[in-house]
Ligand binder design. Structure first.
Ligand code: GLV
Length: 324
């Protein structure tokens, strides 16, 4: 029997490729541009293990063109790009990269919290545009983060890492909403469970950190933004589809909320004519939650290890719960 083949659909460190190559043949899409769908589909004819990022949909079309595929490893914690039932039907296992990115994503969420509250990106544009005058300081005021109230929607591991920073670093009052209460986290961090409406009404910062599912699709819509304080700041680092983006744009323009910090969008990359690009009271990032050198290396390595383990018939830690 010949060696298995692994295809890595994104450029990764040479060390990751060297590791895979010890066990399997390995091909990489080593290109700045995302792999075109038809090129990926053509590659899949002899691929046993696939490593991808969330921009690639693992759907029936891809699976029907992957006669040898046994495992797909998502270089991400979210896996809404997987058609789980179609994968299960074909006996293909899915893995992701939980735990190792929690702190990096929580750090980025705090970067958005601080830059929206203190208008960091806007002020950077202001200084560069040579607009700085000694007299206009008051117009440049931001709002405090410390001692304010943060409402976190989604208390998974990343939500918990955000709550920890808010409580211990910024003395914030934290409440959260989640499908299930997390009593041990409530106790450990001294945070409170609350209903969604209460979170929206009372929070100075609403942080959305929930996976994208049928239930969370457009969880933030017109009503939710109207319910937020008009001084409230909205942060999203989950998935763009958890928000009705037009409703958010309306809320930012009408003053229903003060500002938003966004790492994710309904369409990525964002379209040139997206009205968010014209607003001063938003901070926009190109989906960078886990994008540090260290964490992205660890994620790629975790995917490589998972794929090799599955192909060698060994037990894997990071199987997505639905495949267990
Ligand atoms: C990134 O978006 C992730 O899900 O890890």
């Amino acid at each position: 029997m010949g060696r298995s083949k692994v295809f890595v659909a994104k450029s990764v460190s040479d060390r990751v490729i060297e590791y895979i190559s010890k066990y399997c043949d390995c091909e990489v899409w080593d290109n700045e541009k995302s792999i075109p769908r038809d090129v990926l589909i053509e590659k899949m004819k002899d691929v046993d293990g696939l490593i991808i990022t969330p921009g690639i949909k693992v759907d029936k079309e891809l699976l029907n063109n992957s006669p040898k595929l046994k495992v797909v490893s998502n270089m991400a914690v979210g896996y809404d790009n997987f058609d789980i039932s179609a994968m299960k039907e074909k006996g293909i296992i899915g893995t992701n990269t939980p735990n190792i990115l929690d702190d990096s994503v929580a750090d980025l969420i705090f970067a958005l919290v601080l830059s929206t509250a203190r208008r960091v990106a806007e002020m950077d544009r202001y200084v560069r545009a040579n607009k700085w005058k000694a007299s206009d300081e008051k117009e440049l005021f931001g709002i405090d983060v410390h001692h304010k109230t943060m409402g976190i929607i989604g208390m998974g591991r990343i939500g918990e890492a955000v709550a920890k920073r808010a409580r211990l670093g910024f003395d914030m009052n934290v409440m959260y909403y989640n499908r299930h209460r997390k009593l041990e986290v409530e106790e450990k961090l001294d945070i409170k469970y609350a209903g969604l409406e209460t979170i929206l009404k009372k929070s100075d910062f609403v942080v959305l950190m929930t996976p994208l599912t049928k239930e969370t699709y457009r969880l933030m819509d017109h009503h939710e933004f109207e319910t937020m304080k008009d001084t409230g700041i909205f942060i999203n680092a989950s998935r763009g589809q958890t928000v009705n983006e037009m409703a958010l744009i309306g809320a930012l323009k009408n003053g229903d909320i003060r500002a938003a910090g966004l790492d994710v969008f309904e369409n990525e990359p964002i379209k040139k004519d997206n009205p968010l690009l014209d607003l001063e009271n938003v901070v926009l990032l190109p989906h960078l939650g886990s994008a540090t050198e260290e964490t992205r290396f660890n994620m790629a390595m975790m995917c490589a290890e998972s794929v090799i383990k599955v192909l060698q018939g060994e037990e894997v830690k990071n199987i997505i719960p639905e495949f267990k």
